[in-house]
Design a protein around this ligand. Structure first.
Ligand SMILES: Cc1ncc(COP(=O)(O)O)c(C=O)c1O
Length: 802
């Protein structure tokens, strides 16, 4: 989806039903049409859902009132579209039900067998009639209208209140329209009690991420409290948030005593106030565009991005190909809404129109890297948001040592009963994966010491058993758990890879086949092969450990099954099983880093469950909160916990963070865990399950090496395609950048690289299978196109590092 920002577009919400939304729309439309100074352009009013049709027909009402009640209208009473070419004005209805109830009830009645006819349900414009609402048709319709450069004003009127259900399935309006997130004009309730309904509606919109630049009250019979209610609401709100609270939009003539039921008596002359109101909105709209421009221009000067070589972004000013910042305006479900500034061809334009050589466009991109691997239930999940809001309202943040609050208590029990089931008895809270791992290390070393693996005189020599290709975070201690690489050795003189780092065997799809065996779902022959491999691995690992007898080893530290930052590589499960068993025989504490792998990321609850081994300690983060807030935990067995009991305070685990057990984070995690409880392996094994066939096909392409596919993780390793690529690795890197750029520009998929790999993640509890399938198809196509294209990557798509 791409759209440009030419005109003013907004959605009109109601604090309740019957608050005068349609009257407000009619007044604004009328004022707009009568404004002789208005920018030339079309006006579109859209009523996506209409019930009580055709006696209630908001599009017709707005059309008549805006043009004047005496205007002759050619279209029939039940037309879905009214058009005045003379005024470049149209009013459109998409779905209409005869039943004068909520859209939910009307749709349910239609579904339940009410004669399905033109009268009970009108055809959605341009689509097939269906009793159940097709949300994608409605949203697409809105998005298509937004792409229309000829529109100068576009209003979308909702049905009923902000939280009225829109369809038989019960989806709430505020959720239904969230994907397009138009700025909202909230029509407040000007009756007695209206302060409460208006504020509640406002909060419901704001907590879902909507901008609400204006609250307006229609004034008229029965709506006499508008002044009072507006003043009360204005006093509650931060003007930065909602600059306009307008009580004076006199959309109805109070003196004429016209009732809302007889709207045909006509609007009074409200054009001046309505025009002023539209002007306010226009200013807001322009200020927003200026903020976007400022963000795009200034962020390079004030931000210091992670994993980013800023020097590479400083292109010579003459170059048009300066690296662009990705401005994420919002995110919902699987998608980002991106704002881009694009060059505009002004050569044929008159000087007046040539106000700027660039323009802003908006695109929707699939978040194919799961926002640094954190996303599982979709961005802006309403249930998670409600839980978070509740915890913030209840606690904000509170003290934790020797205190308990309900979200942390509940979460601890749930974690011990799920990921910690059968082995863990304690939960230690922190706020990111690296620190959760460092806490795990402190725990493991104490346990190792208690088990007699080293004494304090050798404490500074203690190392770990780890794996090449591993990653456990960017804090100093976590870096020491991985062998030297660009990411640690050159980053700090303090780095000291402390341990014995073994080279694990990997498993992947090569040229259509798993080698050695798929990590999950094995047949009998594969099981037999595993037994043989296990014996061999165990023998060589035991020899290796024996060779390093002199090094005190305080922990085995590993990412179960998949090394994330190491290239999304799947380790042969049998190897890790043998490694764990060999370390256990030597009483070395086992630490699992499940920061990336847990909570169904791999198509199973944890990596541990695929390995069929239990750790002494395990760290979790990322998907723990469904990707809504930062939170991490380290779980431990009772033996680890008791290793910290003692007479002295120094015997305790003296570790804590300001936001330990952050209540809102715990509440988000509880809500996410409730969703995870309903997941199954079959539905979360996306790339090595339902989509295995097209994934296998990727691995047969020229220039593609190993393909890793497990759960919601897909990674394609690029290999030299030509002798030139073989000789010059920059050419391979350029092809990789082309793949990413094609995925973004032609398919709207945001992917990132890892080394020579391109990886894609979907959200295990959110992404519909058809979108994951689209992603594989897009990747397939991008690999093909990038292989034949000779274009070198331009700087606009500077390759990110991770
Ligand atoms: C396996 C693993 N451990 C630890 C970390 C560090 O987590 P955080 O970035 O939350 O500090 C990561 C981050 O990607 C990870 O993948």
């Amino acid at each position: 989806m791409q759209r440009n920002f030419y005109g003013l577009a907004f959605q009109v919400w109601g604090a309740n039903t019957n608050v005068g939304k349609t009257l407000v729309c009619a007044a604004l439309a009328r004022a707009h049409l009568r404004d002789s100074d208005r920018a030339r352009g079309a006006l579109l009013y859209l009523k996506p859902l209409q019930t009580g049709f055709p006696s209630d027909h908001d599009a017709r009402f707005v059309f008549r009132q805006a043009l004047g009640t005496d205007t002759r209208i050619n279209e029939p009473e039940n037309a879905l579209e009214y058009v005045s070419r003379e005024h470049a004005f149209s009013c459109r209805t998409l779905y209409a039900w005869r039943l004068a109830r909520s859209p939910q009830e009307a749709a349910a009645a239609a579904t339940a067998g009410e004669p399905f006819s033109h009268a009970s349900l009108q055809r959605p414009a341009g689509g097939l009639a269906s009793p159940e609402l097709d949300s994608s048709t409605v949203l697409e319709h809105i998005e298509n209208a937004l792409k229309n450069a000829g529109l100068s004003l576009f209003m979308v009127e909702t049905a009923g209140g902000v939280l009225s259900p829109v369809s038989a399935s019960g989806t709430l309006q505020a959720d239904f329209y969230r994907a397009v997130r138009l700025p909202g004009v909230l029509v407040g309730d000007a009756r007695l009690g209206g302060i409460s309904t208006t504020l509640a509606a406002y909060e419901a919109l704001r907590s879902r991420g909507y901008d609400v630049p204006a609250i307006v009250f229609g004034m008229g019979p029965g709506l006499e409290s508008a002044d009072r209610n507006a003043a009360a609401i204005r006093a509650q709100l931060d003007p930065e948030e909602t600059p306009i609270v307008e009580p004076y939009l006199r959309v109805f003539d109070a003196h004429a005593q016209a009732s809302l039921a007889q709207p045909a008596q006509g609007l009074v002359s409200v054009d001046e106030t309505a025009q002023r109101f539209i002007e306010h909105l226009r200013h807001w709209w322009c200020r927003r565009a200026i903020r976007w421009q400022d963000m795009l221009r200034e962020s390079d000067q004030v931000l210091w991005w992670p994993f980013t070589q800023h020097q590479a972004r400083r292109m010579p000013s003459a170059s048009e190909e300066r690296a662009q910042t990705t401005l994420i305006d919002s995110a919902y479900g699987d998608d980002y809404t991106i704002i881009k500034s694009v060059k505009r061809d002004v050569s044929g334009m008159s000087p007046q129109k040539r106000t700027s050589s660039s323009e802003l466009t908006q695109e929707r991109w699939f978040d194919g890297c799961g926002s640094w691997w954190t996303q599982s239930v979709g961005h802006g999940h309403p249930t998670l948001n409600r839980s978070i809001g509740n915890a913030l309202g209840r606690y904000g943040h509170v003290m934790f040592p020797e205190c308990v609050h309900e979200p942390a208590w509940l979460l601890s029990k749930r974690l011990l009963n799920s990921v910690g089931n059968g082995w863990a008895s304690r939960v230690f809270f922190s706020d990111n994966g690296s620190t959760a791992m460092e806490i795990g290390l402190k725990m493991a070393f104490r346990l190792a010491q208690k088990r007699g693996l080293f004494d304090l005189s050798r404490a500074s020599d203690v190392g770990i058993v780890g794996l090449e290709g591993s990653y456990h975070g960017d804090t100093l201690g976590a870096m020491d758990c991985s062998p030297s690489s660009t990411f640690n050795q050159l980053q700090t003189p303090w780095y000291r890879g402390r341990g014995l780092f073994l080279k694990p065997p990997y498993c992947a799809i090569w040229n259509g086949d798993w080698q050695p065996d798929a990590p999950q779902g094995l047949d009998a022959a594969a099981q037999r092969r595993r037994h043989e491999r296990y014996r061999e691995y165990h023998r060589s690992i035991a020899e290796e450990l024996a060779r390093h007898e002199s090094m005190p080893l305080g922990a085995l530290v590993l990412e179960p099954v998949v090394q994330g930052a190491g290239g999304m590589r799947i380790i042969d499960v049998v190897y890790q099983q043998a490694l764990i068993d060999a370390c256990r025989q030597r009483a070395i504490p086992v630490v699992f880093d499940e920061v990336f792998t847990a909570f169904w990321r791999l198509g199973a609850l944890t990596g541990a469950s695929i390995l069929d081994r239990e750790p002494d300690i395990a760290a979790y983060g990322k998907l723990l909160t469904g990707g809504a807030l930062p939170l991490a935990v380290t779980l431990s067995s009772e033996e680890v916990f008791t290793a910290f009991l003692g007479e002295k305070r120094a015997d305790a685990l003296l570790h804590g963070h300001s936001y330990s057990a952050y209540p809102a984070g715990c509440a988000a995690a509880n809500a996410a865990l409730s969703i995870y409880e309903r997941l199954t392996s079959a539905e979360t094994r996306v790339f090595d399950g339902a989509l295995l066939a097209p994934v296998r096909a990727l691995s047969t392409k020229p220039g593609v090496g190993a393909v890793s596919a497990i759960g919601s993780v897909l990674a394609v390793q690029l290999t030299p395609l030509t002798s030139a690529e073989q000789a010059d690795e920059r050419l391979l890197a350029a092809r990789q950048t082309r793949v990413l750029s094609i995925a973004r520009q032609q398919h709207g998929i945001y992917l990132r690289p890892l080394g020579t790999t391109v990886y894609a993640l979907v959200a295990p509890a959110q992404t519909p299978l058809h979108r994951a399938a689209d992603l594989v198809r897009a990747l397939d196509r991008a690999l093909d196109l990038a292989a034949v294209s000779k274009e070198t990557a331009n700087a606009a798509t500077v390759t990110p590092i991770v």
